[in-house]
Design a protein around this ligand. Sequence first.
Ligand SMILES: NC(=O)C1=CN([C@@H]2O[C@H](COP(=O)(O)OP(=O)(O)OC[C@H]3O[C@@H](n4cnc5c(N)ncnc54)[C@H](O)[C@@H]3O)[C@@H](O)[C@H]2O)C=CC1
Ligand SMILES: O=C([O-])CC(=O)C(=O)O
Length: 347
Amino acid sequence: MKASLLRSVRSAVSRSSSSNHLLRRSFGTESVPERKVTVLGAAGGIGQPLSLLMKLNPLVSRLALYDIAGTPGVAADVGHVNTRSEVTGYAGEEQLAKALEGSDVVIIPAGVPRKPGMTRDDLFNINAGIVKSLCTAIAKYCPNALVNMISNPVNSTVPIAAEVFKKAGTYDERKLFGVTTLDVVRAKTFYAGKANAPVSEVNVPVIGGHAGITILPLFSQATPKANLSDDTILALTKRTQDGGTEVVEAKAGKGSATLSMAYAGALFADACLKGLNGVPDVVECTFVQSTVTELPFFASKVKLGKNGVEQVLDLGTLSDFEKEGLEKLKPELKASIEKGIQFANAN
Ligand SMILES: NC(=O)C1=CN([C@@H]2O[C@H](COP(=O)(O)OP(=O)(O)OC[C@H]3O[C@@H](n4cnc5c(N)ncnc54)[C@H](O)[C@@H]3O)[C@@H](O)[C@H]2O)C=CC1
Ligand SMILES: O=C([O-])CC(=O)C(=O)O
């Protein structure tokens, strides 16, 4: 078991750092740079499994787990897993600075989740303040870190973060990401089922934002190609847009997606780390500052590099159905972005 774990760690390290000669540091027979990852909200429903998955990532050398309470226990637990990173738990605001100092990637799943009947925007009043205070600390203690925003409503929390960083004079648009990977994960799973394709080979870009109709999967660009009817495409689109609500309703008051989100968050953070380490051609869909539409933030395929966003890729060719979806989502996404900007500047 131990030998096979080591083998898989080594092969993952070798795959992900093959193009990076200069930054290497010894790690067994292979080498990768030192990287600190901080999880804010690490004791929560997403935070705990996400912390475990980050502990399994051989690209991480230090893992800092922060929450308002409960993190010493999570850190002690996760810290016993015999993988590369050293784990430290931090609880309470007075320990936030230490959790953030020296961080390369900060993942934020802090805040309240939905209950049945709520929209993501209903979380704004509580989560906007949480995100604002956490981002104020990031600007102070690790202004160069890549920030992976999971807290909802992502369509507003990312603009809030941008405004906080602008005010602090630390904003670098290449380093701020709304995590929309779960939309891609869902679109892939649902498409594979309908297209009868092996799910591991499926790719589906998802653009727009992360709430309801602002989530726009581009099944016309999905691979492997499949000849799906318009009705099937419509149903797949709706299921992807309502994926979060499907989980909220199934959990019946016990929160929203946590396990699939932890998986998606770990995938996205891994892509950020690979980009930082100089691995070429790392591309993920994510909600970033953008000029691909007239909106100031938009999710689309983004190439990740040593400084975060290297290139925001254009949308490619859209079907008429997708073009219509794109026009329909713009007013809602614009309003959510503006709501975030206004909040950050008024408070
Ligand atoms: N981007 C996405 O695709 C998804 C986003 N989410 C969002 O992620 C957020 C977290 O969801 P869950 O983990 O299920 O909630 P949860 O309630 O289980 O955990 C949230 C954690 O945040 C902590 N927290 C609250 N205020 C904090 C602060 N000021 N500093 C640090 N930690 C703080 C809480 O103590 C708690 O441990 C929600 O806003 C949810 O809507 C959930 C699923 C998918
Ligand atoms: O639906 C929610 O509230 C949580 C979320 O963002 C998702 O699962 O996509």
